[in-house]
Design a protein around this ligand. Structure first.
Ligand SMILES: [Zn+2]
Length: 91
């Protein structure tokens, strides 16, 4: 009956790699290997900590790694509005 547990374990590993790792820079294969070798939970944390594979970037300051709605460097969104937490800094 260990086979059922093994199959469930591998399915959880696959789901973490497919749903999280595939959309991150770490990728599907490395996430799947981390899940199988260590544990799906640790693999999930590693994948979640990896940067997004296709960040939205920022056209105002050229920060190509930006993932947030408001850019982390210049604080602008795509329309050029400055985020609420950046207005205080630029006074
Ligand atoms: Zn920016």
């Amino acid at each position: 009956m260990y086979l059922i547990g093994l199959i469930i374990y591998l399915v959880i590993c696959y789901l973490v790699a497919d749903k999280i790792g595939r959309h991150k820079k770490i990728g599907f294969t490395k996430t799947l290997i981390a899940c199988i070798l260590v544990s799906p939970f640790v693999g999930y944390l590693i994948a979640e900590g990896s940067a997004t594979a296709e960040p939205r970037g920022c056209k105002w300051c050229g920060n190509s790694e930006n993932e947030a709605y408001f850019c982390g460097v210049c604080g602008k969104n795509e329309e050029g509005d400055i985020g609420p937490h950046f207005k205080d800094v630029q006074k």
